[in-house]
Design a protein around this ligand. Structure first.
Ligand SMILES: NC(=O)c1ccc[n+]([C@@H]2O[C@H](COP(=O)([O-])OP(=O)(O)OC[C@H]3O[C@@H](n4cnc5c(N)ncnc54)[C@H](O)[C@@H]3O)[C@@H](O)[C@H]2O)c1
Length: 352
């Protein structure tokens, strides 16, 4: 991989390039930086272990790039997570946890779509992951997959609409891993496909119990554990239909809008406790939920896929990993100045 950055010799530019290099370095075998006019000798970057051997100065006029002769970085072993009893397997992993070593993350609805990707990426980046869902077979399989590829995960059955279950599962996660640093409120159900005037009270209650009350219960019971350890990160999955776009059916828009509002409220409420609360707003990502949505239209899956894709300037739907990487960004202390924010991951949909 080659990274080119400008104005990297002083001040913020230097710091930013240093951080970017340090993160990307761990993913790449080779890194080249251009740091603006000057010579190679003129461009030391202190404080960044990763970047120093790979630093190159470029004069834009002459564009002198030195070839990278530094050998590939040595294999880095992981296994730094002292809280996780399953971490011994991680020494097989070639890559080091980047920023999530020693973190414990709980993901709701973690066996499908965005939740599944999130569990995998959080584990890959060094976190111990508590995978929760109502689908037990898939949940255990997901945990086994993560553990056998060098990560650390365990599955708990959890229906987020039941406060007693939420309380007990979070207690067990805290007991097993020693702490809860990150909560990803990801669960969704689609609910009845009806306009407001046709929805029954029962359908409404069911929708709200899972999509809204579930977020409230999980946050409520995670916060005391986060306070115990001096902070944490709550990440609520909302939607572009939760903030920007209108004219959707209430089953989609209202719960996601409420999640976005709860995010702002909790971000302010818990800022003094160093608990950050942010929402993530995906465009269309092809998951089980969107497949169901597509099936409800009566048109073929491929036709619907193309129709959805055409709404995104980038020309296609997103993948679950596209959203999961945003969640990985919000999880650790590296995002310590980010709270109450709305991270839009939508291929340009709402920029139109
Ligand atoms: N996929 C998209 O296009 C899209 C777009 C915008 C927002 N989102 C948001 O992203 C999040 C994930 O969506 P997805 O598309 O990956 O969904 P998905 O349907 O693939 O996964 C949802 C998961 O929640 C689980 N679940 C359902 N009811 C549960 C309950 N009561 N308790 C615990 N788990 C339960 C399901 O078993 C499933 O594993 C949701 O919050 C959704 O609103 C998705």
């Amino acid at each position: 991989m080659v990274v080119i950055g400008t104005h990297g010799r002083h001040g913020l530019g230097k710091l930013i390039l240093g951080s970017v290099a340090e993160q990307i370095f761990r993913h790449a075998d080779c890194l080249v930086l251009t740091v603006g006019p000057g010579s190679f000798q003129d461009a030391p970057v202190e404080g960044s272990r990763a970047i120093r051997p790979f630093l190159f100065a470029t004069d834009f006029g002459a564009c002198r790039c030195m070839p990278c002769s530094t050998p590939s970085p040595p294999p880095i072993t992981s296994g730094q997570n002292s809280f996780c009893s399953m971490s011994s397997q991680r020494s097989r992993c070639r890559r080091a946890p980047i920023v999530l070593g020693n973190k414990v993350a709980l993901v709701t609805g973690g066996v499908s779509g965005i939740g599944l990707s999130t569990c995998r990426l959080l584990a890959r980046e060094g976190a111990c992951v508590a995978i929760t869902d109502i689908l037990d077979t898939e949940g255990k399989r997901t945990a086994d997959d993560i553990n056998s590829s060098g990560g650390s995960a365990r599955f708990w059955h959890l229906d987020v609409s039941r406060e007693d279950e939420v309380r007990e599962v979070l207690r067990q996660v805290r007991q097993t891993f020693g702490r809860i640093d990150v909560l990803v409120n990801n669960v969704v159900i689609l609910g009845a496909n009806k306009p407001t005037h046709e929805i029954t009270e029962q359908e409404w209650d069911h929708l709200m119990a899972i999509n809204v009350k579930g977020v409230f219960f999980c946050t409520k019971h995670a916060v005391p554990y986060m306070k115990e350890t001096g902070g944490g990160s709550v990440i609520n999955l909302s939607s572009i239909y939760g903030s920007w776009l209108r004219a959707m059916l209430p089953r989609i828009m209202l719960p996601r809008a409420l999640c976005a509002l709860m995010t702002k409220n909790d971000a302010i409420l818990y800022a003094p406790d160093k608990i950050r609360v942010n929402s993530v707003h995906p465009g269309f990502i092809w998951t089980a939920m969107v497949e169901k949505l597509a099936a409800g239209t009566g048109a073929g899956a491929e036709a619907v896929r193309q129709q959805f894709a055409s709404k995104h300037p980038i020309g296609h739907l997103g993948e679950p990993d596209d959203v999961a990487w945003g969640i990985v960004y919000l999880a650790p202390e590296e995002a310590k100045f980010v709270t109450g924010s709305e991270l839009v991951i939508d291929g340009g949909y709402t920029a139109q």
